[in-house]
Design a protein around this ligand. Sequence first.
Ligand code: HEC
Length: 199
Amino acid sequence: MKKSALQVFVAALALGTVSSVAVQAEDAKPDAALANSLNPNDKSAEPDEKLLKQDAAVKVDDGKYFDKDGHPTFHVTNEGKKVDWYAYSGYRRYHAECHVCHGPDGMGSTYAPALKDSLKHLSYEEFIGILAGGKQDVNAAEQKVMPAFGDNKNVMCYADDLYVYLKARAAGAMGRVRPSDKEDKPEAAKKTEKECLGG
Ligand code: HEC
């Protein structure tokens, strides 16, 4: 039986693929282990201090980092050489599913917007909503359509990964360089992936 976009989205929510666990204020203390260490020589990254602060991780749970609003976020260490598992996985998924329209490294194309810019202002909820439901600019002279991926497990099972990678690009924590090292794949990621793809 073919599942609707909404069903897959709700299933993803139930599996915890889509996270929105609010972080309690008392958890939100600065922690050196959560700080980012960026590559000072990567001119393609364009760090945005305001976003880097806003997206800073305040909590880590089995290799998954969360910002003060409880949304997944990136963790870049070792002068930009190492990224968290989700940012790395998102980088790979992006270049498998999105770059044909949105250009390599979220840079945009004549057809679709630069997601490294879109993610500067899109919220987590807006991002997941557009990913699942698509988007169409009805007023554009040329019809441009963002497909709905709600039925596509290769995308929806990795929605958080894509979000984390694109957030890192938007904040300038990751440049246009393929990440050379990554944190180990968390047990939670293995479990969620298996349940999400197999269900
Ligand atoms: C077939 C081409 C195509 C593919 C593949 C595609 N997109 Fe899009 N996407 C578009 C177009 C075109 C728009 C602009 C739609 C509009 O503005 O009405 C868009 C818009 C978006 C937006 C909203 C951007 C904004 O500034 O409002 C997001 C977020 C997005 N896409 C994410 C993704 C992700 C993540 C993937 C990969 C899983 C992906 N897209 C794959 C064509 C595509």
